[in-house]
Unconditional design. Structure first.
Length: 203
């Protein structure tokens, strides 16, 4: 695909670095942006700069936030004795869309995946154990993706958490094996949260 401008070529290169954006889509987006006036383009670019400069990660759960503590963790109406463990912030967004969970979250920042060189020490596990040591948590809910990596991570966490006096549960398998939470429909995901079951160590 021949591009007759190095400036457009540079723009295409940057846009195509985004997930699921191929070269042709990137070129179409670049040409669309080219039609906009300069002020629109500046506002467009500035929104991403401001996002990068100003977004914080909640010191309590790891969720994205405009404040040091996110809106969920700072909300006194939430059940702070229920912690839902998720892989990343997209899972929080998916669960919040269902309106079925009123507790708080803990973002691991990934899952154990030896193939990708990700081990337990690369995840946000230490702060979770610290929360459990405080003795205020009554239930831990595993809401990790129903994949081999997600299950491996749940099993590892179970062994770390089982020594504490907390109820450990997991999403019911309404979310099918191999499905990422962010892509599950709201009804199925909401039902899986409401009908969560005691977590059982099977391996």
């Amino acid at each position: 695909m021949k591009v007759l401008s190095k400036h457009i070529e540079n723009a295409v290169e940057q846009l195509s670095s985004l997930p699921s954006v191929g070269k042709r889509t990137a070129l179409r987006l670049a040409l669309h942006l080219l039609k906009k006036d300069e002020d629109e383009i500046r506002r467009f670019a500035q929104s991403f700069i401001q996002m990068k400069e100003n977004i914080l990660f909640c010191k309590c759960c790891g969720n994205i936030s405009d404040q040091v503590i996110c809106e969920i963790c700072s909300n006194p109406a939430r059940n702070h004795d229920e912690i839902c463990i998720v892989e990343d912030i997209r899972d929080i967004m998916a669960i919040e869309e269902t309106g079925s969970f009123k507790g708080i979250y803990h973002v691991l920042g990934g899952v154990i995946s030896p193939m990708d060189g990700i081990g337990p020490n690369d995840l946000n596990i230490h702060s979770l154990i610290e929360k459990l040591h405080q003795g205020n948590v009554k239930e831990i809910i595993f809401a990790l993706n129903a994949t081999m990596e997600g299950d491996t991570t749940s099993f590892y966490l179970y062994k770390k958490i089982a020594v504490f006096d907390v109820f450990i549960s997991a999403l019911s398998r309404g979310v099918s094996v191999g499905t990422e939470l962010q892509y599950a429909d709201e009804l199925t995901l909401g039902s899986s949260i409401i009908n969560r079951t005691p977590f059982k160590l099977t391996v």
